[in-house]
Design a protein around this ligand. Sequence first.
Ligand SMILES: [Zn+2]
Length: 146
Amino acid sequence: MRLAGYVPRELGHPSHRAPAKLPQRAQGKEVTYYPDLSPYRYTVADQPMLNVGWLEPGAYFPRGPVPAQLVDALLKLGTRPRNKLRGFHFCEFCSRYRGTGEIHVVGASGIRYAAPMLIIHYIFAHRYRPPKEFVEAVLSPVCAVA
Ligand SMILES: [Zn+2]
């Protein structure tokens, strides 16, 4: 007897296959890794900005001590996050924390930086050490980009 539409399991009909494990990027998940100080391209920014703190497991990032005031300064800048439209970013290192929006800041050099809100968690929980020029910008910002 022949069943219409029947495909033997061994031929690999999709209904018999376990869901394929695709890399995260192939699942339509947001790509949120950018090397520190690379040009910001996530959204159309009015002015050029540099990426800081867009980390991803498997990609190198510097770790180490940061100035004691850095986290407080970032929390202050982060009270009005930018680009909240981008949705939540989960920490891919521990999955225990999610953040939304970005922190934008301009340093004395006039350079603008864009960091995910998760940067605070990365520093606090994963010992991420952002580039010195970003740390200086956060500690004495010319302005938090409004
Ligand atoms: Zn984490």
